[in-house]
Unconditional design. Structure first.
Ligand code: GLC
Length: 429
């Protein structure tokens, strides 16, 4: 289907639910039919957030099915292949079942994505009307969430300062962001001829071949954390990945008493990440740090603002981030917030995925952050503009930040799900 959402709120909500129903595979929600036919972890977390009020039972099921793919190391893979279906990279690239720590029942990828799951579980719990089933859900998922966080602490703190490093652009949730151009450009030139005639050109030069090369190197190490620490050529501390991790640690601390767990380790982890974000990634905005050069990557992206998800962010950082966000570098010169790359950057590209277009999920995160920092007017603008985008162009993957034209695939699950959440706030006092 290609939903063409209506202007009326109730009809828009029905269209969003219809997209999510059509994208339900029987075990979880695929991000989009055709292009992304399996379960992606970041997408599932946003879907659960969007369904928290509309269909809490399905929000529970979404997260629980994602954890079917969790490895014994605690790692929650970024793709879980519950279903058959052509997608590259598929199970044959990752070969998860060759690894003793991987689950037997489902094939998975070997990478992670920003760990939004605990925040999503907290969001679902906090909006629950049936407190009994919400508490049972929390007790069920808490140990899996705690293991996921332990994995990040032990296997991914490659810089040794308390942040988790991503080891592949696909781990960022912003796959082709210009922030990865430099670390990718430092890799040897490889030619797998990955680019296929039947796919739209998505990536500059041979980045996609390098993505595959990096994934194969990590796989061939046996997904070994010590290989990542010492030899893997791509290791980056990303502000959005870590800001989401921090928000998830805070969420875990609130959920801990329900699960009979001690909230203190989670609060300590949040404090460690808060301190390391400021000490290592702040330079007027938050930038990614390339651990292989030990330098900040000076490309401002929508991810540069996500440390605003921390209600305890230093007030001078809050002020500077909000000023830049609303300036002509980002929202101030765009018709439709928030461009994924700084508009004035030479790398900005209004029509190319994470190189410029606006996305519903990052708008939603920044809208939530604006609320945390006492900026209801900014939150209202972000919500209204996001709803305008989907009303005009449909539940597209992303949108031209100047004229709102839809880009990427159609019937995209997190665009539909987060629309439901924004609509739920429209009707609540
Ligand atoms: C793209 C996005 C990533 C998302 C995936 C599935 O790879 O960059 O964030 O999870 O698509 O929707």
């Amino acid at each position: 289907m290609d939903a063409r959402p209506a202007v009326d709120d109730a009809a828009l909500g029905r269209e969003a639910l219809a997209v999510l129903d059509a994208n339900w595979t029987g075990t979880g929600t695929m991000p989009a039919p055709g292009l992304y036919p399996h379960q992606w972890s970041l997408d599932s977390a946003f879907v659960a957030i969007g369904l928290a009020r509309a269909d809490p039972g399905r929000a529970h099921a979404e997260l629980i099915s994602l954890f079917d793919g969790q490895w014994r190391t605690g790692m929650v893979p970024h793709v879980v292949y519950h279903t058959e279906g052509g997608y590259f990279p598929g199970p044959s690239l990752w070969r998860s079942r060759d690894r003793p720590a991987a689950p037997r029942r489902v094939a998975t990828s070997g990478l992670v994505q920003p760990p939004l799951e605990a925040f999503a579980a907290w969001w679902v719990w906090r909006h629950a009307t049936d407190s009994g089933s919400a508490a049972a859900f929390v007790r069920h998922v808490y140990p899996m969430l705690a293991a996921q966080h332990r994995y990040l602490e032990t296997a991914r703190d490659l810089g040794g300062a308390g942040l988790a490093a991503i080891v592949h652009p696909w781990e960022s949730g912003m796959d082709d962001s210009p922030a990865w151009d430099e670390p990718l450009g430092a890799l040897p030139a490889v030619r797998y001829g990955y680019l296929r005639d039947d796919l739209p050109a998505r990536h500059p030069d041979n980045h996609h071949d390098r993505y595959v090369w990096l994934a194969l190197r990590y796989r061939d190490s046996g997904y070994d954390p010590s290989y990542l620490r010492h030899d893997h050529p791509f290791a980056v501390e990303d502000p959005m990945f870590n800001a989401i991790w921090l928000a998830s640690c805070e969420a875990m601390a609130e959920l801990a008493p329900l699960a009979g767990a001690d909230p203190r380790p989670q609060l300590e982890a949040a404090e460690r990440i808060r301190h390391a974000l400021a000490a290592r990634l702040w330079d007027g905005l938050y930038f990614a740090r390339d651990l292989r050069t030990d330098k900040l990557i000076p490309v401002a992206t929508v991810g540069s603002f996500t440390p605003l998800l921390d209600p305890r962010l230093a007030p001078e950082h809050v002020g500077a981030l909000l000023t830049t966000l609303e300036s002509g570098r980002f929202m101030g010169a765009a018709g439709y917030p928030v461009p994924s790359c700084e508009i004035r950057s030479p790398r900005f590209d209004r029509s190319n995925y994470w190189r410029g277009p606006s996305w519903v999920n990052t708008n939603w995160l920044l809208r939530h952050a604006a609320g945390l920092h006492g900026r209801p007017e900014l939150a209202r603008v972000l919500s209204a503009c996001t709803l305008r985008l989907v009303r005009q162009a449909g539940f597209r993957e992303c949108f031209d930040p100047f004229d709102g034209t839809g880009r990427g695939c159609r019937d995209f699950s997190w665009s539909a799900a987060l629309t439901l959440d924004l609509l739920a706030d429209n009707v609540e006092p």
